[in-house]
Design a protein around this ligand. Structure first.
Ligand SMILES: Nc1ncnc2c1ncn2[C@@H]1O[C@H](COP(=O)(O)OP(=O)(O)O)[C@@H](O)[C@H]1O
Ligand SMILES: [Mg+2]
Length: 366
C-alpha cells in the first residue's frame, strides 16, 4: 500500500515563502511508486488549507511573492483511526482526505519550536524530524548553548537575560567579559530576525530593546572571528554526518537581508575546503551536538572555525531549509544521498521513531 504523505508547510514566520519552495520541491520529488503526497499549507493567518496539487500555489516563479492561493479550501485536521491524520472541510464538515505520515516543513516559531510536533504527537500521527524536546531545545539558543557547554562542546562566550533583567540594565555588567563587538539576539528566533552586531554601549541598548521586541529572553555573545561552516546530520540512534559546507556572507554578518533579500547576500560553497582532520573533527562534533540536543531525524549544525583551528558550535537547526538548492539536501547530495533518497530516509526514520514510542508502556503495571 502506498503511504499517504501530508507535506505541512507555510506558517506564520519570516520563512513562509522559503517553506513553500521547500514543500513544492518535496512534493515533486516524492517517489509516486511508494507515496501519495498531499500539500497542506498553513496560511499567514494560521488556517490549514488543503491544496489540490501545486496549482494552488500562486506566483511560483517569484520567491518573494510566492503564496498559498485563497482558493485552497480551509480544512480542520483531526485525529484519524490507525495513526492517521484526517482533514475535513471547514465549511461543510465533509471528509477531504487522511494521511499516514506528516512531513512538517514549517520554519520558525510554532513550526520548529516543538508546538507543531506536540500537536502531531497529540494527534498520534507519525512525522519527520525532531520531536517536541529536540525542537524546543534547538529553538532556544541559550538552553542549547548551556547543554552543549555542559557536554564539553565548545561554544562562544555568552550570557542570557530575561526581559526584567534587561530592563534593570543587568546585562551591562557583562560587557567587559565579552568585549565589543557583541552579538545581541532574541533567544529563540531564526532567519537572523532581531539580531544585531554592536560596537558600543549606545548601540547595545538599542539592540537589546530590538531583541526584546521579538522575545522575552535575550542572549549576548562574543563575536567570533572565523569561517562559517555547516554540517548536515541524519538519523535517530545511528547518526550520520555529511561533508561540510561554507557560508560566506557578503554583509557585516549572515543577516536576514543576506539570507533572503539580497540575492547576492551570501555565497554557499559545498563541499567546503578544509583540512581532512578538521573536517573529521567537525563531523564528530556535529553528531555529538545532535545527540546532546535530543534531536531525531534531521538537523543542520552550524559552526565557526577560527584561524587558529578552534571549532565553536553556533547553533542547530532542526528544520533546515529544504529546497533542492538549500544547504542541507545539497550536503547530502555531495555525500552520496540524493534528494529523493533523503526523503525516503526521513520518512523511514519518522515511522521508526513512531513505532518505537508506541511500544513503550503508558500505564502502571499491576
Ligand atoms: N557569536 C557570533 N560571532 C560571530 N558571528 C555571529 C555570532 N552569532 C551570530 N553570528 C552571525 O549572525 C548570523 C545569524 O546568527 P544565528 O545565531 O545563526 O541566528 P539564526 O538562528 O537566526 O540563524 C550567523 O550566521 C553569523 O553570521
Ligand atoms: Mg543561523
Amino acid at each position: 500500500m502506498k503511504k499517504k504523505i501530508g507535506i505541512l508547510f507555510g506558517g506564520k514566520s519570516g520563512e513562509h515563502e522559503v517553506s513553500i519552495q521547500s514543500a513544492l520541491n518535496i512534493f515533486e520529488a516524492l517517489d509516486r511508486d511508494k507515496y501519495v503526497p498531499f500539500l497542506i499549507g498553513v496560511d499567514k493567518e494560521g488556517n490549514f488549507r488543503f491544496l489540490s496539487g501545486s496549482s494552488h500555489i500562486v506566483n511560483r516563479d517569484d520567491p518573494k511573492r510566492i503564496a498559498i492561493s485563497d482558493e485552497a479550501p480551509i480544512v480542520q485536521p483531526i485525529k484519524g483511526e490507525n495513526s492517521t491524520l484526517c482533514f475535513f472541510y471547514n465549511e461543510s464538515g465533509s471528509f477531504v482526505e487522511e494521511v499516514d505520515f506528516v512531513f512538517p516543513i514549517i520554519h520558525g516559531n510554532s513550526g520548529e519550536d516543538g508546538c507543531l510536533q506536540g500537536f502531531l504527537k497529540w494527534l498520534e500521527v507519525p512525522f519527520a524530524g525532531a520531536s517536541i524536546l529536540g525542537s524546543s531545545i534547538g529553538m532556544d539558543k541559550d538552553v542549547a548553548k548551556r547543554l552543549l557547554k555542559e557536554a564539553g562542546v565548545e561554544v562562544c562566550k555568552f550570557f542570557a537575560f530575561s526581559k526584567g533583567e534587561c530592563e534593570r540594565g543587568e546585562y551591562l555588567k557583562f560587557v567587559d567579559k565579552l568585549g565589543y563587538p557583541i552579538f545581541v539576539k532574541p533567544a529563540s528566533t531564526g532567519s537572523s530576525l532581531g539580531i544585531s552586531k554592536v560596537k558600543n554601549q549606545q548601540e547595545l541598548q538599542r539592540a537589546v530593546e530590538r531583541a526584546l521586541s521579538f522575545d522575552k529572553k535575550v542572549i549576548l555573545e562574543e563575536a567570533v572571528i572565523g569561517r562559517e561552516l555547516e554540517c548536515a546530520v541524519l538519523g535517530n540512534d545511528e547518526v550520520l554526518a555529511s561533508c561540510l559546507g561554507e557560508i560566506i556572507p557578503k554583509h557585516e554578518f549572515y543577516s536576514y537581508d543576506a539570507k533572503y533579500v539580497d540575492p547576492d547576500g551570501a555565497e554557499l560553497i559545498a563541499p567546503a575546503e578544509l583540512p581532512a582532520e578538521i573536517e573529521e573533527k567537525m563531523k564528530e562534533i556535529a553528531v555529538k551536538t545532535f545527540k546532546v540536543l535530543e534531536c531525531e531525524g534531521m538537523a543542520r549544525v552550524d559552526f565557526f572555525l577560527t584561524k587558529d583551528g578552534k571549532i565553536f558550535v553556533n547553533e542547530i537547526n532542526t528544520l533546515p531549509g529544504f529546497t533542492k538548492i538549500s544547504m542541507y539536501p545539497r550536503l547530502w547530495q555531495i555525500s552520496g544521498i540524493s534528494y529523493n533518497e533523503l526523503l525516503d530516509k526521513l520518512i523511514e526514520l519518522g515511522f521508526q521513531r513512531y513505532e518505537n514510542e508506541k511500544k513503550l508502556k503508558t500505564t502502571a503495571e499491576f
